[in-house]
Write a protein that binds this ligand. Structure first.
Ligand code: GAR
Length: 254
């Protein structure tokens, strides 16, 4: 009888030790599950990196749209970093890579590349980024760098676009999102927004009418490229008719 009790206790202790042995194992399995899930998320999440120089209103519009449309949850698109080439440019936790701290354009771009690369971005968004990029930088990210220009390209590449549209007597003006190529404001066009030019316009009033339409256009273009709905193929922006409809945005009188 006593021997029976001793045997049972021994069995029970053995079971306990088996249970104890398994406990850390099940914890390890949970940890593994978490790690695998994190890796899985990492692989399916597509990062967007935004480069800014100034006030960052286009960046803010992209961020606002990404949040309101839940890009992360619905499409796995994440605005992973904001990089500014000016230390004082505003932005959400912007990383500063100050171009003035580098002796050459190449040295600046090396530092910029080092800041961008860890994110392995699916798309790099130039949002009022006022630095001319070298051919090799552009080639490194071909088909992934987007820019917004405040004119209906191919009209008015370069500066002073609003005044030039007024001076040319244009009745419409607009903004263009395009893939960045080695030609200034010359890459394949992804989308455009169009506003009227009024006889009373100054460059300020015209810029103010256009800006909200930049803010409508840019997030949709970024999303379309990040989702692979628009691709750069042989120098052309290739997309379906449906996507093209979506990326042509017209001014509406309120
Ligand atoms: C925007 O109007 C954009 O179109 C323009 O700079 C402004 C930046 O504003 N970009 C260019 O002129 C590029 N050639 P933001 O910093 O408020 O987005």
């Amino acid at each position: 009888m006593q021997q029976n009790t001793i045997q049972k206790r021994q069995e029970s202790e053995e079971n306990d030790s088996v249970r104890l042995k398994y406990r850390p194992l099940s914890c390890a399995l949970d940890f593994d599950k978490c790690r695998i899930y994190a890796l899985f998320l990492n692989n399916i999440m597509k990062n967007i990196v935004v480069l800014i120089s100034g006030r960052g209103s286009n960046f803010e519009a992209i961020l606002r749209t990404a949040r309101s449309e839940d890009w992360e949850g619905r499409f796995g698109l994440k605005i992973a970093a904001v990089i500014s080439n000016r230390p004082l440019a505003k932005g959400l936790d912007a990383v500063a890579v100050d171009h003035k701290a580098y002796p050459t354009r190449e040295a600046f771009e090396e530092a910029l590349t080092a800041a961008i690369e860890p994110y392995k971005p699916a798309v790099i968004v130039l949002a009022g980024f006022m630095r001319i990029l070298t051919e090799s930088f552009v080639a490194r990210w071909e088909g992934k760098i987007l820019n917004i220009h405040p004119a209906l390209l191919p009209l008015f590449p370069g500066l002073d676009t609003h005044q030039r549209a007024i001076d040319a007597g244009c009745r419409v003006h607009g903004s263009t999102v395009h893939f960045v190529s080695s030609v200034l404001d010359g890459g394949a066009i992804i989308g455009q927004s169009v506003v009227p030019v009024l006889p009373s316009d100054t460059d300020e009033t015209l810029a103010a009418r256009l800006l909200p339409y930049e803010h409508k256009l840019y997030p949709q273009c970024v999303k379309a490229v990040a989702l692979g709905e628009v691709k750069l193929i042989d120098g052309k922006a290739v997309m379906s008719d449906e996507v093209a409809h979506h990326l042509a945005i017209f001014w509406r009188k309120d």
